[in-house]
Design a protein around this ligand. Structure first.
Ligand SMILES: Nc1nc2c(c(=O)[nH]1)N[C@H]1C(S)=C(S)[C@@H](COP(=O)(O)OP(=O)(O)OC[C@H]3O[C@@H](n4cnc5c(=O)[nH]c(N)nc54)[C@H](O)[C@@H]3O)O[C@H]1N2
Ligand SMILES: Nc1nc2c(c(=O)[nH]1)N[C@H]1C(S)=C(S)[C@@H](COP(=O)(O)OP(=O)(O)OC[C@H]3O[C@@H](n4cnc5c(=O)[nH]c(N)nc54)[C@H](O)[C@@H]3O)O[C@H]1N2
Ligand SMILES: [Mo]
Length: 806
């Protein structure tokens, strides 16, 4: 979330689109109720199903799964056509005035620079025109045909209400009604918040779904504002934490990049990663990259990291390809992986195309499952008849189960969706032989280290040089780890006048003092300051709220720098005056920035200096034109890889752009995409309040509440297929089938798309063969293996099936 949970209460309009907060974020949803009661906010829900969120909304609009970019592009067109944008904001805080290379263009569904063979873009033309002063050229009047604003107008002009309605199945009047309500929030004293989750991310165009909404929030002037922002409601209790810690192959803690094979030296790496300024006087926080990175290396390797050995850069693995979850299972499936350590993860149930996952796991030499429970994955090799049809004699994978304590049996921190890091205390010790994850990892590491020390082996340095200063090496404590993550001085740190401000060994107060000379260590610059000399700030529980906006600055610690609303400089006009004084986040008082939040700006940067509000970009403004995106600097509607239409209605004559032209598809997965003639219905998968993924099915009380797998279909489809409620139905995709009980409901709307009737099939995810719920099929038997082109989140939310009475 750019904003935070409590801030939802400050919104005038709450849009839930691409999520179902009332069901999946039951506790946080109370802030939506507060907005409705306090500010008389309206709640609008756009979802393929009439959800529990829709049930308490003021307005519900249906939409075909996988068509949100068309909807949102139509909304952008509406805002521009009806002049419902906040002009001053757009001029001050976005790249609307920036001039783009005249060579940039868009034709037949493709932007300039497409390489069909590699399925990617050469982005040479997706760039700003540069002036002789070395900075990007701008046209403050927004009239130049090559300025972002004009290019954007042209791009979205194709998405009129009729086109939108035909692609999305949203009735035209419903679409226009949503447009009208959103447009009201272009006033400087009205804000909309948008709450989304997997209904947007789990698509081959997931990142662009979210980006399209970011553009809308910028046009409305809602970024940085109280009650505004782009708010991803996150998943697992600490998934925000793991994202920040970057437990992914392609990143390092604090959203730094993992080095790649072509970055052989630290110099090459830092040069590539440190941005250049695109406008005069701009500051960009990533210009501190080397300080964050070297401090991270000092946390990793301690005294072994020195300037002479590039602070241990050579010991880091260099990426030779992709390591996202789909890439991992592809490697495993090709037999290119020996072992897999599976910690708090049940991939047989949670990853797309169960048959592929199962066959991939069967090719391993060993699988380690670190979990409090026996999971479907830990028994992937067992024959459960039709539910898990395998031949155990053909599976040689050795499976080890390491019983882990459950999260409530650990001490440590959780980071919530609002970026607030909160300490939590252990509720109880884990039962039996369970151990905390840190103890399992600590034991594993110290034993490996002993083996490397005594027996040698290939590349021992990354293990032997690791800094491991914990009191009990086989069990680092959460407190020790938190202090290391927050950062400390290795030698005395002096300010410009030579006065020592931080003594060697002391905790640093924040990332502002981190250095690139080896005198500081910090496990994650974003979390720096959470454990300062004042102690563990994440354990604070002071909910006093002087502004009444819910900016409880002494509750926990928010990253970065305890800032609660990101980009809050943009809540003010160019002169530093709040757009909406009644909801002041920060303001310029003539000498400094201050107010009800930690300013997202150098505190003494006078507005006349012209430092842009978006300090993580070299141009200092937010990008309506975003060359960082893989499939284009503007969003475009592409169909899901399994499309019910067999074409992209925006470009019916161009089969190459039916679906995202820059998405990665592996051979073998492409072949098993289904076609609409055989699989005519759009399936989408989702959660139920009564279960948490695949593990509450082992809990009796949850099993009593939602005892067995079901499939939701409309009364109309049920009628066509002769299915009655309670019948067992068989749902088939091109990758397999599942059987479950039919729930026949009015909650699944029947849509008219591209002139034809379109049915949706709803499938909850939670069931499987292990646990107390009635043994069931795994939903992911059905889903396709293709991910979002930017971050590879699988397309779980729109694929094709057929359904029949079993
Ligand atoms: N009770 C409970 N709570 C949970 C979880 C749980 O398992 N149980 N899991 C947690 C986790 S890890 C996560 S990530 C979050 C997920 O939170 P959510 O994303 O809110 O949960 P889902 O039910 O997967 O999907 C949300 C909605 O997206 C809709 N949808 C599907 N396709 C589209 C589309 O193309 N466009 C639009 N506009 N909507 C679409 C679905 O109909 C569904 O109502 O929930 C978290 N909270
Ligand atoms: N079709 C479809 N598939 C989906 C989704 C969807 O919407 N549709 N959603 C996707 C999403 S967003 C998510 S997040 C995934 C979830 O997929 P998974 O993360 O694979 O599912 P969980 O059942 O939450 O698995 C977490 C495991 O962690 C264990 N655990 C709990 N606490 C601890 C602990 O402290 N230590 C250790 N070591 N283990 C612990 C639990 O017992 C459980 O087995 O599913 C994804 N798959
Ligand atoms: Mo999730």
């Amino acid at each position: 979330m750019t904003n935070h949970w409590v801030d939802i209460k400050n919104a005038d309009l709450v849009l839930i689109m691409g999520g179902n907060a009332a069901e999946a974020h039951i506790c946080g949803f109370k802030w939506v109720q507060e907005a409705k009661e306090g500010r008389k906010a309206r709640l609008v829900v756009v979802d393929p199903r009439f959800t529990r969120s829709a049930a308490v909304s003021d307005y519900y609009a249906p939409i075909r799964a996988g068509s949100d970019i068309a909807f949102l592009s139509g909304l952008i067109h509406y805002l521009l056509e009806h002049d419902k944008i906040q002009h001053e904001y757009v001029k001050a805080h976005t790249n609307a005035p920036f001039l783009i290379d005249p060579a940039f263009g868009f034709e037949n569904g493709l932007f300039t620079g497409y390489n069909a063979e590699k399925r990617n873009y050469d982005k040479a033309s997706w760039r700003y025109q540069m002036g002789e002063d070395g900075f990007a050229r701008v046209d403050p009047t927004l009239q130049d045909p090559n300025c972002v604003f004009q290019l954007m107008k042209k791009h979205f002009s194709r998405y009129n209400a009729d086109v939108v309605s035909s692609i999305t199945g949203t009735p035209k009047d419903a679409f226009l009604k949503v447009c009208e309500m959103v447009a009201e929030c272009s006033a400087s004293d009205r804000t909309m918040t948008i709450l989304y989750a997997l209904g947007w991310t789990q698509h081959s165009v997931g990142s662009q779904n979210i980006r399209t909404m970011a553009m809308i929030q910028l046009l409305l002037g809602n970024m940085g504002m109280a009650g505004g922002g782009i708010n991803a409601l996150r998943g697992h209790a600490n998934v925000q934490g793991i994202t920040d810690m970057c437990l992914f192959g392609d990143s390092l803690p604090g959203y730094m990049h993992s080095p790649t094979e072509d970055e052989a030296t630290l110099d090459a790496f830092l040069t590539k990663r440190t941005p250049r300024m695109l406008r005069p006087g701009q500051m960009n926080y990533w210009s501190n990259y080397s300080k964050f990175f070297v401090s991270l290396m000092k946390a990793f390797y301690g005294p072994n990291a020195t300037a002479d050995n590039n602070f241990g850069y050579d010991w880091l693995p260099k990426m030779d390809g992709a390591y996202d979850v789909l890439a991992l299972f592809e490697r495993m499936h090709q037999g290119r992986m020996n072992g897999f350590v599976c910690q708090g993860f049940n991939p047989l149930a949670s990853v797309s195309n169960k048959a592929k996952v199962s066959s991939a796991l069967s090719k391993l030499k060993y699988l380690v499952v670190m979990d409090p429970l026996a999971t479907d994955t830990s028994e992937f090799w067992k024959d459960y008849g039709e539910l898990n049809k395998v031949d155990p004699t053909q599976i040689q994978t050795e499976v080890f189960r390491l019983p882990a304590a459950l999260f409530a049996e650990h001490e440590g921190s959780f980071t919530n969706s609002g970026r607030v890091i909160q300490w939590h205390w252990k509720a109880a010790d884990g039962p039996g032989e369970t151990r905390e994850d840190t103890a399992i990892m600590g034991e594993l590491f110290t034993r490996l280290r002993t083996l490397y020390a005594t027996e040698g082996g290939a590349n021992p340095e990354p293990i032997l040089k690791l800094h491991w200063p914990y009191r009990i090496p086989s069990h680092p404590s959460s407190q020790e780890l938190a202090r290391e993550i927050s950062g400390y001085a290795i030698s005395d740190l002096a300010d410009a006048s030579g006065t020592v401000t931080v003594k060697a060994g002391e905790q640093v107060a924040g990332f502002g003092v981190l250095r690139n000379d080896g005198s500081t260590a910090c496990g994650n610059w974003l979390y720096s300051g959470m454990w300062s000399q004042a102690g563990n700030l994440t354990a604070r529980r002071d909910n006093s709220d002087p502004s009444g906006l819910g900016q409880t600055l002494n509750w926990g610690y928010a990253w970065p720098a305890n800032r609660r609303i990101l980009y809050n400089r943009a809540s003010c006009d160019a002169s530093g005056k709040p757009w909406d004084p009644a909801r002041t986040v920060i303001k310029w008082n003539g000498k400094a920035w201050g107010g009800n939040d930690v300013p997202d700006m150098r505190p003494n940067a006078a507005p006349e200096e012209g430092v842009g509000a978006f300090i993580m970009t070299g141009e200092g403004v937010a990008r309506l034109f975003a060359p960082g995106m893989v499939e284009g600097p503007f969003p475009e509607h592409y169909e899901p890889f399994e499309t019910p239409l067999g074409k992209n209605p925006m470009h019916p004559e161009q089969p190459a752009v039916t679906s995202n032209p820059a998405a990665r598809v592996y051979k073998g997965d492409m072949e098993v995409f289904g076609k609409a003639d055989e699989f005519p219905y759009v399936a989408t998968t989702y959660r139920l309040a009564e279960h948490f993924h695949f593990w509450t099915k082992t809990s009796k009380i949850n099993a009593i509440l939602q005892p067995e797998h079901f499939i939701e279909i409309s009364e109309e489809l049920a009628g066509e297929k002769g299915i009655r409620k309670g019948d067992v139905v068989k749902v088939t995709s091109n990758r397999g089938y599942i059987k479950a009980v039919a729930v026949v409901t009015k909650r699944i709307p029947v849509l008219t798309v591209d002139g034809r009737k379109l049915h949706t099939v709803g499938i909850p995810i939670h069931f499987g063969f292990k646990g107390e719920t009635k043994p069931g099929y795994i939903t992911n038997t059905l889903t396709p293996v293709v991910g979002d082109a930017n971050c590879q989140t699988p397309e779980y939310k729109a694929f094709l099936v057929n359904i029949e009475k079993a």
